[in-house]
Design a protein around this ligand. Structure first.
Ligand SMILES: C[S@@+](CC[C@H](N)C(=O)[O-])C[C@H]1O[C@@H](n2cnc3c(N)ncnc32)[C@H](O)[C@@H]1O
Length: 250
């Protein structure tokens, strides 16, 4: 019975991977959806990198998130918003490869411990009353594996270590777009406080997992930051319910 289940699961994963690898990204233009063509390279963007079956299952299917990232990239280019791109919470680099594809000429800073959650952050979760026992570990990764997925490797800057200690050397940078996908209260809260002042006018910060009950700290971090700083956000209906902060242009 277990063998049969595993065979069926592996067939489903293979079919999903096949579908995913042939999907193009689309963008609404006029009254229709047309394939997304990268404004810099002129290349039609499909699945940005090869994923193994587990990665396709876990990270490869969130087309709404990718759609939002591609539309944000269009805004950034069309409205000439200057600055680098960053991701806080990289794991095996899947979303990072999407960012690298949609912002081919921008520096891409990738912040992660590359060995999973830090005990200091897990302690904060527990103090807040969240049970961390079932949290995924995210330690099955390394920098080489992440870099392999990048189409524009020269622009990628790896910032390995515990955030916010890992920001050393980046303090004077300006960002047009930051994606925070660190799951836990402390890094998300710290990330918002660190990146928002460095966001270009008209820039965007997307925080993943806002409506994801497995990581309740994400919602609290976003709400605490928003209430303390008086900055509002828009929720979006992707797989885990993200939110987007858009910085005023004046
Ligand atoms: C959900 S995973 C990121 C998934 C990734 N965005 C993707 O596309 O697959 C969360 C990541 O956040 C990282 N992380 C969490 N807290 C951190 C901190 N304080 N400093 C650095 N990395 C952190 C973990 O190591 C983990 O790799």
């Amino acid at each position: 019975m277990t063998l049969l289940k595993n065979v069926i699961k592996s067939i489903i994963l293979k079919v999903l991977k096949l579908i995913e690898s042939h999907c193009n990204y689309y963008v609404a233009r006029g009254n229709q959806f047309v394939p997304f063509v990268n404004p810099i390279t002129g290349v039609r963007v499909a699945q940005p990198c090869a994923l193994n079956a587990k990665e396709t299952w876990a990270y490869g299917m969130d087309k709404v998130l990718h759609g939002v990232v591609q539309l944000i990239s269009l805004e950034v280019y069309q409205q000439t918003i200057k600055g680098a791109v960053a991701e806080l919470g990289v794991f095996r680099g899947f979303t990072a490869s999407v960012l690298n594809q949609f912002f081919p000429d921008r520096k891409l800073y990738l912040f992660d411990t590359f060995k999973g959650f830090d005990q200091r952050d897990l302690n904060v979760e527990e103090q807040l009353g969240y049970n961390t026992i079932n949290y995924e570990k995210f330690n099955d990764t390394n920098i080489e594996l992440v870099m392999k997925k990048m189409a524009h490797k020269n622009n990628v800057v790896i910032k390995k270590g515990w955030f916010p200690d890992s920001v050393v050397g980046v303090e004077d940078e300006t960002f047009c777009f930051v994606l925070i996908d660190a799951d836990l209260y402390q890094p998300i809260y710290e990330g918002l406080h660190w990146f928002y002042p460095r966001l270009a006018k008209g820039g965007f910060i997307l925080v993943d997992d806002y409506h994801w009950s497995d990581y309740a700290g994400a919602k609290k971090a976003v709400q605490d930051f928003s209430n303390e700083c008086g900055i509002s956000y828009v929720p979006i209906p992707n797989a885990t319910g993200s939110v987007v902060f858009a910085k005023s242009k004046i």
